[in-house]
Design a protein around this ligand. Structure first.
Ligand SMILES: C[S@@+](CC[C@H](N)C(=O)[O-])C[C@H]1O[C@@H](n2cnc3c(N)ncnc32)[C@H](O)[C@@H]1O
Length: 266
């Protein structure tokens, strides 16, 4: 994994802010966790691996729903694996999606939500998903639209640039809503795709500023950058100013995702 990705997910806090913001400030109430659960229609007995499990809230949700089968959270970040291990009944494994340390035909269900676009070689990860899932089992992958909250991204980049911060390469996005179905069709026979178009909508500055700060890492501004606080202060003033000059208006930023589900065949 790149050092930038390592740094981005070294601490679960910014990811939690992003997820919570999506849950609270989305135009429509679609939620990827709920959509994946609906697509999987679990009995509760399945051996399930969640690859790129993040802060393990999906696995915690399964436990809360009474899931009885084994649950494994796999992630490259030590902090995320610790979050998975902290959920009673869940096993956390530190591993890369391209090298899943499990035998062939192990899992009944494998989920990879909002992670495949970070993998330099998504086909290699998809091969691993198919290899480790039993014939007849299900693989469910969620990825974002290519255009995800572009206005907030541009705002962060512009303020970083005004401090001469070298944002380096754009964050790696190897697959998106448009390209995922084709990639999966190369490996799986019947791929079912559900598309969700949405937007973040803010009617006040504070949650927008909080979200913008939570994407500093992905945009290339490290947590320990000496100008980080100054960038945040300027950005906050800019956002406050935008709302002051647009009374009654909301800030709307488009986003969305697809859920692609496939049954593994021999
Ligand atoms: C955007 S977060 C999504 C977390 C969670 N799936 C969710 O939807 O809330 C991406 C996660 O994938 C992990 N990740 C990134 N590249 C990975 C890889 N090659 N193999 C396994 N996990 C990876 C990151 O550490 C991070 O926890």
């Amino acid at each position: 994994m790149s050092s930038r990705l390592d740094a981005e997910y070294a601490d679960p806090a910014p990811l939690r802010v992003r997820i919570d913001t999506h849950a609270r400030y989305s135009e429509t109430t679609h939620d990827p966790g709920t959509d994946v659960l609906a697509a999987l229609d679990l009995s509760g007995a399945e051996y399930l691996a969640d690859v790129g499990c993040g802060d393990a809230r999906f696995l915690a949700r399964l436990m809360a729903l009474g899931h009885r089968g084994p649950l494994v959270g796999i992630d490259t970040s030590a902090a995320m694996v610790a979050a998975a291990e902290a959920v009673p009944g869940v096993r956390g494994i530190r591993a890369d999606a391209r090298h899943i340390p499990f035998d062939d035909n192990t899992f009944d269900v494998l989920t990879a939500r909002h992670m495949l676009y970070h993998v330099p070689d998504p086909q290699a990860a998809l091969h691993e998903f198919r290899r480790t899932t039993k014939p007849g089992g299900t693989v469910a992958v969620v990825v974002n639209h290519a255009e995800t909250c572009p206005h907030i991204g541009e705002l962060v980049d512009a303020h970083a640039a005004s401090y001469g911060i070298d944002l380096g390469e754009a964050p790696l996005r190897t697959v998106d809503s448009e390209t995922l179905p084709g990639l999966m069709s190369d490996l799986f026979r019947a791929v079912r795709v559900q598309r969700r178009d949405n937007a973040l909508v803010f009617d006040a500055p504070a949650p927008l500023i909080r979200f913008a700060e939570a994407i500093f890492g992905p945009r290339g501004i490290p947590a320990d950058h000496p100008d980080r606080d100054a960038v945040l202060a300027d950005l906050s003033a800019d956002v406050e100013d935008w709302f002051a000059h647009h009374p009654g208006r909301t800030w709307r930023d488009p986003k969305g995702y697809v859920i692609a589900t496939a049954i593994v065949t021999d």
